[in-house]
Design a protein around this ligand. Structure first.
Ligand SMILES: NC(=O)c1ccc[n+]([C@@H]2O[C@H](COP(=O)([O-])OP(=O)(O)OC[C@H]3O[C@@H](n4cnc5c(N)ncnc54)[C@H](O)[C@@H]3O)[C@@H](O)[C@H]2O)c1
Length: 252
């Protein structure tokens, strides 16, 4: 699954799933631009990748800011001459039901998760169209495939990403661009603290034991190989698909 000579952009690359995917894409041979709203975090990812002996550059952009995203992409194209892979991964989670979720939380969930992903993709499409090739991987979630307690805004926004993935795949297949999604289950990055943080370790482990057939929470490193696969030529006939990586959670 060599990505040698390719250039990749990962959003939300300063922590968790984005950081692990940035490292894995770089290990597979890509030059990875690790972008995050928090520059210090992105720079840490760049440093980790370089220390591991691979190529990386840090960038700062809020995915909800069209100008900032376009500037990151313009910079990549100007300095590297190409852009082959995008992992649109940045996201936020705020707990709430249809009655308790505030409208601000609803808007923020859709602004970061849906608009942010849309703007990331819009920024990279012109260059990929010019190259007549590209692989886009969207971080959706199992939460976009099922309903869960207390996650009305998050799950609705991730559901939108599931169909955005299919929509983009259909729109751009004829231009040589593949678009797929990963649907992580419960991944230990701290991201789920708003819904799981109040549980003590024993209760959490019991809950995971009953909900996840493989009997453990996933790690960011469990997601990264799928991103590399979907980015690679091994996935050349795969587009418009959403891959659950969830320890069997959605098969229960
Ligand atoms: N952790 C899980 O259990 C899980 C499960 C399914 C899906 N996901 C999805 O995976 C993605 C990453 O989650 P994670 O667990 O790695 O979270 P994380 O909190 O570990 O990392 C998220 C990163 O995104 C960055 N970020 C947040 N808002 C941003 C913005 N507006 N612009 C740019 N960067 C921004 C943060 O600074 C952070 O570095 C999210 O889209 C999330 O919805 C996570």
């Amino acid at each position: 699954m060599s990505l040698t000579g390719q250039v990749a952009l990962v959003t939300g690359a300063g922590h968790g799933i984005g950081r692990a995917s940035a490292l894995a894409l770089a290990q597979a041979g890509a030059l990875v631009v690790a972008s995050d709203i928090d520059y210090a975090r992105a720079a840490e990812t760049e440093q980790l990748i370089k220390e591991a002996g691979f190529e990386s550059l840090a960038a700062v952009a809020d995915v909800t800011d069209e100008r900032a995203m376009n500037a990151v992409v313009d910079d990549i194209v100007r300095t590297q001459g190409r852009l082959d892979i995008v992992h649109a991964n940045a996201g936020v989670l705020m707990a709430g039901t249809a009655l308790t979720q505030t409208l601000d939380e609803w808007d923020k969930s859709f602004t970061v998760n849906v608009r942010g992903t849309f703007l990331t993709v819009r920024a990279v499409l012109p260059q990929m169209i010019k190259q007549k090739s590209g692989a886009i991987i969207i971080t959706a979630s199992v939460s976009g495939l099922i309903g869960e307690p207390d996650l009305v805004a998050y799950n609705s926004s991730k559901g939108a990403l599931v169909n955005l993935t299919r929509q983009l795949a259909v729109e751009y297949a004829g231009r040589g661009i593949r678009v797929n999604g990963v649907c992580p289950g419960w991944i230990e990055t701290g991201f789920n603290d708003p819904v799981l943080g109040h549980l003590d370790p024993e209760d959490l482990s019991r809950l995971v034991g009953t909900q996840v057939p493989l009997g453990r929470q996933g790690t960011a490193e469990d997601i990264a190989p799928a991103v590399v696969f979907l980015a690679s030529d091994w996935a050349r006939y795969i587009t418009g698909q959403l891959l659950p990586i969830d320890g069997g959670l959605t098969s229960m």
